[in-house]
Design a protein around this ligand. Structure first.
Ligand code: NAP
Length: 284
């Protein structure tokens, strides 16, 4: 087993994840794993970085496929005895105006953005080494969606004591409510992507709390962040930031120095702990 440190980025064959891998290759002391659900797209991305003189490694990972997550977990255990940095970047979003029924949009988006990210965390967080760093790429759109939830839902989702099981229950309920045509009556907004990102941010707060309780001495720092509005296939050319600029906050959190005491369990925007709020100046 190698004593080399290792950082891993999900959904890294393009967009923000690719830019994060490039920066980590330049700044992280250790191996950087570029992961992608599609092997050909992932290997092409690795080749592109190799042409720039960088040396990422590749491993397949589809975050909606438990077998794929577990194969990666076993690879990390065997090769590295754990994991130093995990960046949960993989995500999807239907385009505004997409005619797909909301129930399908909700189910598909939840499966990747929230449930997939949670499954990756369930399998890989136990591998995170002392002073490891975990970054969950969320979105300010989550706060916009939260502000549109009923007061009852907001109270539950903002609670400092909400459990992971309760959060999963609420996220699944949103999907069920869209299927039954009652999501508005039940206090949810129409913004499916935003609701999934509420899930990612609240999950991060819960996971950070658990790490502090169960492994406080290990000084692992886990945070959610918003990269800002970034020009990728998800958003299009009008967005304000280049992928490189969007990568700055996730990379900052991934590389927090080993003696850092924080941030931990926070929502970070522009490299600063932000109140969990929607900032319209960063979006159209
Ligand atoms: P993107 O260019 O569409 O890239 C998304 C990446 O996620 C792709 O590599 C995609 O792989 C991968 N992915 C999707 N489903 C996956 C799965 N099941 N397993 C593994 N990988 C999967 O979008 P992006 O803008 O870079 O988004 C990256 C993250 O930033 C997302 O979580 C997004 O919600 C978040 N974010 C983006 C913005 C923005 O303005 N762009 C703002 C806030 C938050 P394929 O190529 O195989 O589809």
């Amino acid at each position: 087993m190698s004593s080399t440190r290792v950082a891993l980025v999900t959904g890294a064959n393009k967009g923000l994840g690719f830019a994060i891998v490039r920066d980590l290759c330049q700044q992280f002391q250790g191996d950087v794993l570029l992961t992608a659900r599609d092997e050909a797209r992932g290997r092409a991305a690795v080749q592109q970085l190799q042409a720039e003189g960088l040396k990422p490694r590749f491993h397949q990972l589809d975050i909606t496929d438990l077998q794929s997550i577990r194969a990666l977990r076993d690879f990390l255990s065997k090769e590295y005895g754990g994991l130093d940095v995990l960046v949960n970047n993989a995500g999807i979003g239907f385009k505004t105006g997409d005619p797909t029924p909301i129930a399908i949009q909700a189910e598909v988006t939840m499966k990747t953005n929230f449930l997939g990210t949670r499954d990756v965390c369930t399998e890989l967080l136990p591998l995170i080494k002392s002073r490891g760093r975990v970054v969950n790429v969320s979105s300010g759109m989550g706060f916009k969606a939260l502000e549109s939830c009923s007061p009852e839902l907001q109270q539950k989702l903002r609670s400092e004591t909400i459990t992971e099981e309760e959060l999963v229950g609420l996220m699944n309920k949103f999907v069920e409510d869209t299927k039954n045509g009652v999501h508005r009556k039940e206090g949810w907004p129409d913004h499916t992507y935003g609701v999934t990102k509420i899930g990612v941010t609240v999950l991060s707060r819960i996971q950070a709390r658990k790490l502090s309780e169960q492994r406080g001495g290990d000084k692992i720092l886990l945070n959610a962040c918003c990269p800002g509005w970034v020009r990728t296939d998800m958003t299009g050319p009008k967005a304000h930031k280049s992928p490189k600029e969007g990568a700055e906050t996730p990379v900052y959190l991934a590389l927090l120095p080993s003696d850092a005491e924080g941030p931990h369990g926070q929502y970070v925007h522009e490299k600063k702990v932000a109140k969990w709020q929607f900032m319209p100046q960063f979006y159209p």
